[in-house]
Design a protein around this ligand. Sequence first.
Ligand SMILES: Cc1cc2nc3c(=O)[nH]c(=O)nc-3n(C[C@H](O)[C@H](O)[C@H](O)COP(=O)(O)OP(=O)(O)OC[C@H]3O[C@@H](n4cnc5c(N)ncnc54)[C@H](O)[C@@H]3O)c2cc1C
Length: 297
Amino acid sequence: MKPAPFDYVRATHPDQALELLATAGDESKLLAGGQSLIPMLNFRLARPAVLIDIGRLGELSYINRQDGTLRIGATTRQAQLERSKLASAGWPLLARAIGWLAHPQIRSVGTVGGSVAHADPAAELPVACSVLEARMTVASRSGKREISADDFFVTHLTSAIEADEMLLEIAIPAAPDGAGQSFVEYSRRHGDFALGGAAVVIPLDAQGRCAGVRITLMTAAPVPWRARTAEKLLEGELPGAQQLAAAAKAAASEISPTSDIHGGSSYRKALAQTLCFQALTEAAAMATPPDVTRVGK
Ligand SMILES: Cc1cc2nc3c(=O)[nH]c(=O)nc-3n(C[C@H](O)[C@H](O)[C@H](O)COP(=O)(O)OP(=O)(O)OC[C@H]3O[C@@H](n4cnc5c(N)ncnc54)[C@H](O)[C@@H]3O)c2cc1C
Protein backbone atom coordinates (compact mmCIF):
# COMPACT_ATOMS: atom_id res chain seq x y z
CA MET A 1 0.00 0.00 0.00
CA LYS A 2 1.00 3.61 -0.49
CA PRO A 3 0.51 6.48 1.94
CA ALA A 4 -2.36 8.94 1.67
CA PRO A 5 -1.18 12.23 0.10
CA PHE A 6 0.71 14.63 2.39
CA ASP A 7 2.81 17.77 2.21
CA TYR A 8 6.48 17.35 3.08
CA VAL A 9 8.70 19.96 4.73
CA ARG A 10 12.32 19.37 5.73
CA ALA A 11 13.01 21.49 8.81
CA THR A 12 16.39 23.23 8.77
CA HIS A 13 16.31 24.30 12.45
CA PRO A 14 14.51 23.00 15.57
CA ASP A 15 12.70 26.36 15.92
CA GLN A 16 11.34 26.01 12.40
CA ALA A 17 10.02 22.53 13.25
CA LEU A 18 8.30 23.94 16.36
CA GLU A 19 6.80 26.78 14.31
CA LEU A 20 5.44 24.30 11.77
CA LEU A 21 4.05 22.11 14.57
CA ALA A 22 2.33 25.12 16.14
CA THR A 23 0.67 25.94 12.81
CA ALA A 24 -0.27 22.43 11.65
CA GLY A 25 -0.81 20.82 15.11
CA ASP A 26 -2.85 17.60 14.95
CA GLU A 27 -2.66 17.57 11.16
CA SER A 28 1.12 17.10 11.19
CA LYS A 29 3.60 14.38 12.12
CA LEU A 30 7.31 14.61 12.79
CA LEU A 31 9.45 12.31 10.68
CA ALA A 32 12.80 11.30 12.21
CA GLY A 33 14.34 8.02 10.96
CA GLY A 34 11.01 6.92 9.46
CA GLN A 35 11.53 3.28 10.50
CA SER A 36 8.20 3.15 12.36
CA LEU A 37 6.34 6.06 10.80
CA ILE A 38 6.82 5.14 7.12
CA PRO A 39 5.30 1.63 7.59
CA MET A 40 2.42 3.27 9.50
CA LEU A 41 1.88 5.70 6.60
CA ASN A 42 2.03 2.88 4.08
CA PHE A 43 -0.60 0.92 6.00
CA ARG A 44 -2.58 4.16 6.38
CA LEU A 45 -2.54 3.78 10.16
CA ALA A 46 -1.36 7.40 10.17
CA ARG A 47 -2.63 9.99 7.67
CA PRO A 48 -0.96 13.30 8.47
CA ALA A 49 -1.60 16.24 6.14
CA VAL A 50 1.95 17.51 6.73
CA LEU A 51 5.14 15.58 7.36
CA ILE A 52 7.84 17.63 9.11
CA ASP A 53 11.21 15.98 8.54
CA ILE A 54 13.54 16.55 11.50
CA GLY A 55 15.87 13.67 10.64
CA ARG A 56 18.71 15.94 9.52
CA LEU A 57 18.64 18.42 12.38
CA GLY A 58 22.28 18.27 13.43
CA GLU A 59 21.52 20.50 16.44
CA LEU A 60 19.65 17.56 17.99
CA SER A 61 22.26 14.92 17.20
CA TYR A 62 24.73 14.63 20.09
CA ILE A 63 25.80 12.49 23.03
CA ASN A 64 27.54 14.26 25.88
CA ARG A 65 28.01 14.06 29.62
CA GLN A 66 27.34 17.00 31.93
CA ASP A 67 27.68 16.74 35.73
CA GLY A 68 27.44 12.95 35.49
CA THR A 69 24.25 13.03 33.38
CA LEU A 70 24.29 11.50 29.90
CA ARG A 71 22.52 13.80 27.43
CA ILE A 72 21.32 12.37 24.13
CA GLY A 73 19.86 14.58 21.41
CA ALA A 74 16.61 13.29 19.89
CA THR A 75 17.91 12.84 16.33
CA THR A 76 21.00 10.87 17.44
CA ARG A 77 20.97 7.60 15.48
CA GLN A 78 20.47 4.44 17.50
CA ALA A 79 23.74 3.05 16.07
CA GLN A 80 25.65 6.12 17.32
CA LEU A 81 24.43 5.50 20.86
CA GLU A 82 25.19 1.79 20.55
CA ARG A 83 28.81 2.60 19.64
CA SER A 84 29.28 5.50 22.08
CA LYS A 85 32.15 4.85 24.51
CA LEU A 86 30.88 7.69 26.67
CA ALA A 87 27.52 5.94 27.04
CA SER A 88 28.89 2.44 27.57
CA ALA A 89 31.36 3.67 30.22
CA GLY A 90 28.55 4.54 32.65
CA TRP A 91 25.45 2.88 31.18
CA PRO A 92 26.46 -0.45 29.55
CA LEU A 93 22.78 -1.42 29.58
CA LEU A 94 22.13 0.99 26.68
CA ALA A 95 24.37 -0.76 24.14
CA ARG A 96 23.04 -4.13 25.32
CA ALA A 97 19.48 -2.93 24.75
CA ILE A 98 20.19 -1.45 21.32
CA GLY A 99 21.94 -4.66 20.25
CA TRP A 100 18.48 -6.26 20.36
CA LEU A 101 16.79 -3.44 18.44
CA ALA A 102 15.92 -4.49 14.86
CA HIS A 103 19.00 -4.80 12.61
CA PRO A 104 22.17 -2.71 12.05
CA GLN A 105 20.76 -1.16 8.86
CA ILE A 106 17.66 0.03 10.74
CA ARG A 107 19.67 1.27 13.72
CA SER A 108 21.86 3.38 11.42
CA VAL A 109 18.75 5.33 10.32
CA GLY A 110 16.37 5.05 13.30
CA THR A 111 16.79 7.75 15.92
CA VAL A 112 16.88 7.49 19.70
CA GLY A 113 14.19 10.17 20.01
CA GLY A 114 11.95 8.48 17.42
CA SER A 115 12.04 5.21 19.31
CA VAL A 116 11.34 6.88 22.67
CA ALA A 117 8.54 9.09 21.25
CA HIS A 118 6.96 6.09 19.49
CA ALA A 119 6.43 4.60 23.00
CA ASP A 120 6.09 0.95 22.02
CA PRO A 121 6.17 -1.25 25.17
CA ALA A 122 7.92 -3.95 23.09
CA ALA A 123 10.72 -1.54 22.15
CA GLU A 124 14.10 -1.59 23.84
CA LEU A 125 14.82 2.11 24.33
CA PRO A 126 11.63 2.99 26.27
CA VAL A 127 12.42 0.09 28.64
CA ALA A 128 16.00 1.36 29.03
CA CYS A 129 14.69 4.89 29.73
CA SER A 130 12.36 3.51 32.39
CA VAL A 131 14.96 1.48 34.29
CA LEU A 132 17.61 4.21 34.00
CA GLU A 133 15.05 6.81 35.19
CA ALA A 134 15.61 9.06 32.18
CA ARG A 135 14.09 12.53 31.91
CA MET A 136 12.76 13.72 28.57
CA THR A 137 12.89 17.37 27.50
CA VAL A 138 10.13 18.35 25.11
CA ALA A 139 9.49 21.77 23.58
CA SER A 140 6.74 23.69 21.85
CA ARG A 141 6.79 27.25 20.51
CA SER A 142 5.80 28.45 24.00
CA GLY A 143 8.64 26.78 25.93
CA LYS A 144 10.25 23.61 27.26
CA ARG A 145 9.26 21.09 29.92
CA GLU A 146 10.88 18.02 31.41
CA ILE A 147 9.01 14.73 31.90
CA SER A 148 10.11 11.73 33.98
CA ALA A 149 10.08 8.31 32.29
CA ASP A 150 7.26 7.24 34.64
CA ASP A 151 5.03 10.06 33.35
CA PHE A 152 6.28 10.03 29.76
CA PHE A 153 4.95 6.62 28.69
CA VAL A 154 1.16 6.94 28.85
CA THR A 155 -0.09 3.82 27.09
CA HIS A 156 0.57 1.66 24.01
CA LEU A 157 2.18 3.90 21.32
CA THR A 158 1.22 7.03 23.28
CA SER A 159 3.59 9.34 25.11
CA ALA A 160 2.98 12.55 27.06
CA ILE A 161 4.23 14.64 24.10
CA GLU A 162 1.45 17.02 22.96
CA ALA A 163 0.61 17.55 19.27
CA ASP A 164 2.52 20.86 19.14
CA GLU A 165 5.56 19.50 21.01
CA MET A 166 8.79 17.85 19.93
CA LEU A 167 11.16 15.67 21.95
CA LEU A 168 14.52 17.43 22.15
CA GLU A 169 16.65 15.41 24.55
CA ILE A 170 16.83 12.32 26.72
CA ALA A 171 18.82 12.83 29.94
CA ILE A 172 20.01 9.80 31.87
CA PRO A 173 21.24 10.40 35.43
CA ALA A 174 24.48 8.81 36.60
CA ALA A 175 24.01 5.23 37.68
CA PRO A 176 24.87 4.61 41.36
CA ASP A 177 28.56 3.69 41.92
CA GLY A 178 29.27 0.04 41.28
CA ALA A 179 25.69 -0.77 40.23
CA GLY A 180 25.30 -3.88 38.08
CA GLN A 181 23.21 -3.41 34.93
CA SER A 182 21.62 -5.95 32.63
CA PHE A 183 19.19 -6.11 29.73
CA VAL A 184 17.88 -9.42 28.37
CA GLU A 185 15.08 -10.26 26.00
CA TYR A 186 13.67 -13.09 23.93
CA SER A 187 12.33 -12.99 20.39
CA ARG A 188 11.81 -15.85 17.96
CA ARG A 189 14.29 -14.41 15.45
CA HIS A 190 16.98 -11.87 16.26
CA GLY A 191 15.71 -8.41 15.25
CA ASP A 192 12.04 -9.23 15.74
CA PHE A 193 10.08 -7.36 18.38
CA ALA A 194 10.50 -9.06 21.77
CA LEU A 195 8.07 -11.53 23.31
CA GLY A 196 9.50 -10.60 26.67
CA GLY A 197 12.41 -8.82 28.25
CA ALA A 198 13.79 -7.37 31.46
CA ALA A 199 16.14 -4.52 32.33
CA VAL A 200 17.71 -4.34 35.76
CA VAL A 201 19.95 -2.02 37.78
CA ILE A 202 21.32 -3.37 41.08
CA PRO A 203 23.17 -0.95 43.37
CA LEU A 204 24.67 -2.38 46.57
CA ASP A 205 25.35 -0.71 49.90
CA ALA A 206 28.70 -0.98 51.70
CA GLN A 207 27.61 -4.32 53.22
CA GLY A 208 26.86 -5.74 49.77
CA ARG A 209 23.07 -5.58 50.26
CA CYS A 210 20.65 -4.38 47.58
CA ALA A 211 19.94 -0.66 47.88
CA GLY A 212 17.54 0.80 45.32
CA VAL A 213 17.16 -2.02 42.81
CA ARG A 214 15.26 -1.10 39.63
CA ILE A 215 13.46 -3.62 37.45
CA THR A 216 11.54 -2.83 34.24
CA LEU A 217 9.74 -5.50 32.23
CA MET A 218 9.18 -5.34 28.48
CA THR A 219 5.92 -6.21 26.62
CA ALA A 220 4.35 -6.83 30.01
CA ALA A 221 1.86 -3.96 29.97
CA PRO A 222 0.86 -1.05 27.68
CA VAL A 223 3.92 0.82 28.99
CA PRO A 224 7.40 -0.27 30.16
CA TRP A 225 6.51 -1.87 33.50
CA ARG A 226 8.45 -0.95 36.68
CA ALA A 227 8.09 -4.01 38.92
CA ARG A 228 7.91 -2.04 42.17
CA THR A 229 6.78 -4.91 44.42
CA ALA A 230 9.74 -7.00 43.31
CA GLU A 231 12.09 -4.02 43.76
CA LYS A 232 10.89 -3.57 47.37
CA LEU A 233 11.31 -7.28 48.07
CA LEU A 234 15.04 -7.01 47.36
CA GLU A 235 15.64 -3.87 49.45
CA GLY A 236 18.26 -4.62 52.14
CA GLU A 237 18.70 -8.23 50.98
CA LEU A 238 21.89 -9.94 49.87
CA PRO A 239 21.51 -10.66 46.13
CA GLY A 240 21.65 -14.46 46.45
CA ALA A 241 19.98 -16.84 43.99
CA GLN A 242 17.05 -17.48 46.33
CA GLN A 243 16.31 -13.77 46.85
CA LEU A 244 16.63 -13.04 43.13
CA ALA A 245 14.34 -15.95 42.21
CA ALA A 246 11.72 -14.68 44.69
CA ALA A 247 11.95 -11.19 43.18
CA ALA A 248 11.59 -12.52 39.63
CA LYS A 249 8.51 -14.47 40.71
CA ALA A 250 7.05 -11.35 42.34
CA ALA A 251 7.76 -9.29 39.21
CA ALA A 252 5.91 -11.76 36.97
CA SER A 253 2.99 -11.94 39.39
CA GLU A 254 2.49 -8.16 39.02
CA ILE A 255 1.75 -8.31 35.28
CA SER A 256 -1.15 -9.46 33.07
CA PRO A 257 0.29 -9.48 29.55
CA THR A 258 -2.20 -9.75 26.71
CA SER A 259 -2.32 -12.87 24.55
CA ASP A 260 -1.73 -12.65 20.81
CA ILE A 261 -0.75 -14.94 17.95
CA HIS A 262 2.88 -14.89 19.14
CA GLY A 263 2.20 -16.09 22.69
CA GLY A 264 -0.50 -16.48 25.33
CA SER A 265 -0.64 -14.50 28.56
CA SER A 266 0.54 -17.35 30.81
CA TYR A 267 3.46 -18.09 28.46
CA ARG A 268 4.46 -14.42 28.52
CA LYS A 269 4.27 -14.34 32.34
CA ALA A 270 6.49 -17.41 32.62
CA LEU A 271 8.90 -15.88 30.10
CA ALA A 272 8.97 -12.61 32.06
CA GLN A 273 9.89 -14.50 35.24
CA THR A 274 12.71 -16.41 33.52
CA LEU A 275 14.13 -13.33 31.82
CA CYS A 276 13.83 -11.23 34.97
CA PHE A 277 15.77 -13.87 36.93
CA GLN A 278 18.44 -13.95 34.21
CA ALA A 279 18.78 -10.16 34.22
CA LEU A 280 18.88 -10.01 38.04
CA THR A 281 21.52 -12.74 38.20
CA GLU A 282 23.70 -11.03 35.61
CA ALA A 283 23.38 -7.58 37.20
CA ALA A 284 24.08 -8.98 40.69
CA ALA A 285 27.26 -10.65 39.42
CA MET A 286 28.47 -7.28 38.05
CA ALA A 287 27.52 -5.20 41.11
CA THR A 288 30.17 -4.11 43.60
CA PRO A 289 29.69 -2.26 46.91
CA PRO A 290 30.57 1.47 46.58
CA ASP A 291 33.75 1.28 48.73
CA VAL A 292 35.25 -1.46 46.59
CA THR A 293 34.62 0.66 43.49
CA ARG A 294 36.38 3.65 44.97
CA VAL A 295 39.46 1.61 45.87
CA GLY A 296 39.55 0.31 42.31
CA LYS A 297 39.58 3.83 40.78
C1 LIG B 1 11.99 -4.44 10.25
C2 LIG B 1 11.93 -3.55 11.47
C3 LIG B 1 12.19 -4.11 12.70
C4 LIG B 1 12.14 -3.32 13.84
N1 LIG B 1 12.42 -3.89 15.05
C5 LIG B 1 12.43 -3.13 16.14
C6 LIG B 1 12.77 -3.69 17.41
O1 LIG B 1 13.07 -4.87 17.55
N2 LIG B 1 12.75 -2.85 18.49
C7 LIG B 1 12.41 -1.52 18.38
O2 LIG B 1 12.42 -0.82 19.38
N3 LIG B 1 12.11 -0.97 17.21
C8 LIG B 1 12.11 -1.72 16.08
N4 LIG B 1 11.79 -1.15 14.89
C9 LIG B 1 11.40 0.29 14.86
C10 LIG B 1 12.60 1.19 14.55
O3 LIG B 1 13.73 0.87 15.25
C11 LIG B 1 12.40 2.71 14.64
O4 LIG B 1 13.66 3.26 14.39
C12 LIG B 1 11.93 3.37 15.90
O5 LIG B 1 10.79 2.75 16.46
C13 LIG B 1 11.49 4.81 15.59
O6 LIG B 1 12.59 5.64 15.31
P1 LIG B 1 12.59 6.53 14.01
O7 LIG B 1 13.67 7.55 14.17
O8 LIG B 1 12.65 5.67 12.84
O9 LIG B 1 11.19 7.33 14.13
P2 LIG B 1 10.05 7.62 13.07
O10 LIG B 1 9.58 6.37 12.45
O11 LIG B 1 10.46 8.71 12.17
O12 LIG B 1 8.93 8.18 14.08
C14 LIG B 1 8.26 7.35 14.99
C15 LIG B 1 7.22 8.17 15.76
O13 LIG B 1 7.86 9.08 16.65
C16 LIG B 1 7.51 10.44 16.33
N5 LIG B 1 8.74 11.21 16.53
C17 LIG B 1 9.95 10.98 15.96
N6 LIG B 1 10.86 11.84 16.45
C18 LIG B 1 10.21 12.65 17.32
C19 LIG B 1 10.61 13.74 18.15
N7 LIG B 1 11.87 14.18 18.21
N8 LIG B 1 9.67 14.35 18.92
C20 LIG B 1 8.37 13.89 18.91
N9 LIG B 1 7.93 12.86 18.16
C21 LIG B 1 8.85 12.25 17.38
C22 LIG B 1 7.02 10.41 14.91
O14 LIG B 1 6.13 11.47 14.63
C23 LIG B 1 6.33 9.05 14.85
O15 LIG B 1 5.05 9.14 15.42
C24 LIG B 1 11.82 -1.93 13.73
C25 LIG B 1 11.57 -1.36 12.48
C26 LIG B 1 11.61 -2.16 11.35
C27 LIG B 1 11.34 -1.53 10.02
